[in-house]
Design a protein around this ligand. Structure first.
Ligand SMILES: *Cc1c(COP(=O)(O)O)cnc(C)c1O
Length: 474
């Protein structure tokens, strides 16, 4: 393919020689050596994956020099685009000081400064920051903290609290604990021999209700089922674990308005903890810094990861109340210490990148401009409702799922073997947009700083994809 002379790849010498290997060579070595996550390798190459070699603002640039609007913000983690000078510079500066030193029994300046900032930003219930590397570990830590907390709080008066309540279609990551509380059969069922049992509430997947049931009835049933389950198991629960406002990987499924607050009230009533997985919905995604602010909820523990470092390097944090932290205090020989940590806990490059990211939130008044942008997004999506194969559009701030159906009457989806949503996303690339779907749901998770005309481009690409691809499969 001819290389566009204007492409960023050609800035220096005008051809692909800047790449260390040709595109064909890279693809061959990719097939030979790389095992990709969440990727069926039997169809991987035929679905024409991108080999990204550069980023430029909201765009990804592949080995052909083609540019694509990053509609998935690199799997939900990039709030302000690629190669942001402010973040680049801070990482470079930090490299001149030190890249990493251990937090085990010691400190580093970057992690201290970031923790102070996070606690100031977080709800009042939060007083401490425990670092890790990614969303899964941040959730794993939350679960382990809750278990040990009940062993040590009040001299173990409630140490029978050893169970977690979570929801179907929940996603907390891929480590064993996070997989246990997770509730997506396709991802999690295989590992059953490895998993601990959880108390399971239904998913708020209201769209999937029986055809003769109204939305209101389905919501009512969902809430009363949750109430019945927590009322039955309340006194054995270490915590209720949930994604606030929207279940992400489970299919962009929104919780009914007010449910998060209701869950907080019910956990209080039963004297158990509320753990919020803010990994996807935190850091501005819903329009407030943390999703729990949408319903004025104060969690006991919350995890953040995606978008924390501006999409640059892996860093995550489990934020807890002082009360939880204090249950871990005592003379070392009592063994109340939290024996969990990772080699790269509190990594200075990650913390520096996160601080730069929070500076952008401030400098660009991101939380002030988001409400208008979210409204614009909502309006831009409206025309998609006219497509007969769009069954449901679910939005929570800058997170959107467009659920496709093969038959609007029955709300039936597509055969997995047809890989319709993958084909729709592949088609969207003709309009210069990169997307990655979940089941029959086209996911739109753009950078928070996406421009209005880029929102239009995103929605236009989805429309083009659905109109072109779906008729073949209905
Ligand atoms: C992505 C995600 C995780 C896992 O985070 P990783 O960084 O991929 O380990 C956990 N919870 C939610 C809600 C997520 O979206």
């Amino acid at each position: 393919m001819e290389l566009d002379r204007q492409s960023p790849l050609s800035h220096d010498n005008g051809d692909m020689s800047e790449l260390e290997a040709s595109k064909a060579q890279l693809e061959q070595w990719d097939d030979a050596y790389v095992w990709h996550p969440f990727t069926p390798h039997s169809v991987y190459r035929e679905e024409e994956p991108l080999t990204i070699v550069e980023g430029e603002g909201h765009y990804l640039v592949d080995a052909d020099g083609e540019r694509y609007l990053d509609g998935a913000s690199s799997i939900w983690c990039n709030p302000f685009g690629h190669c942001r000078e402010e973040i680049d510079e801070r990482i470079r500066d930090q490299l001149d000081s030190i890249a990493h030193s251990t937090l085990l029994g010691n400190a580093n300046d970057q992690s201290i400064l970031l923790a102070k900032r996070l606690v100031e930003l977080a709800p009042d219930s939060i007083g401490k920051v425990f670092y890790s590397d990614d969303g899964s570990t941040a959730m794993e830590i939350a679960l382990k903290m809750a278990i040990q907390y009940w062993q040590q709080a009040d001299d173990g008066a409630e140490d029978h609290r050893t169970k977690f309540l979570s929801f179907s279609n929940q996603y907390n990551g891929d480590t064993v604990g996070a997989t246990s509380t997770g509730g997506i059969d396709l991802f999690h069922a295989r590992f059953e021999p490895l998993l601990f049992e959880v108390v399971r509430a239904p998913s708020p997947y209201i769209f999937d209700r029986p055809l003769d049931q109204s939305r209101e009835e389905a919501v009512e049933q969902f809430v009363s089922e949750f109430d019945r389950i927590i009322d039955t198991h309340g006194d054995e629960l270490a915590a209720v674990v949930m994604e606030p406002c929207m279940q992400g990987a489970g299919g962009m499924i929104t919780f009914p308005d007010g449910f998060l607050r209701h869950a907080r009230e019910k956990t209080r009533e039963h004297g158990t903890l509320l753990i919020l997985d803010e990994v996807a919905m935190g850091m501005g995604r819903t329009g407030t810094m943390f999703a729990c602010e949408q319903e004025d909820v104060q969690p006991d523990i919350m995890s953040i990861a995606k978008m924390l470092t501006g999409g640059y390097v892996p860093l995550a944090a489990t934020l807890t109340s002082d009360e939880i932290y204090e249950a871990f205090l005592g003379p070392p020989e009592e063994g109340k210490t939290f024996f969990h940590g990772h080699t790269y806990t509190g990594n200075a490059l990650g913390c520096a990148a996160a601080r730069a990211t929070l500076d952008i939130f401030d400098d660009e008044n991101v939380l002030d401009y988001l409400p208008d942008k979210i409204d614009y997004f909502e309006e831009a999506l409206e025309p998609l409702n006219d497509l007969e194969w769009v069954g449901d559009i679910r939005q929570c701030g800058m997170a959107v799922g467009v659920e496709m159906v093969s038959d609007p009457e029955t709300r039936e989806g597509f055969e997995a073997v047809d890989r319709v949503s993958q084909k729709v996303c592949r088609k969207a690339r003709e309009k210069g947009v990169f997307l990655r779907p979940l089941g029959d749901v086209i996911v739109l998770m753009p950078p928070l700083s996406i421009e209005r005309d880029e929102i239009d481009q995103l929605v236009d690409a989805v429309e083009h994809g659905i109109k072109t691809v779906v008729p073949e499969f209905v």
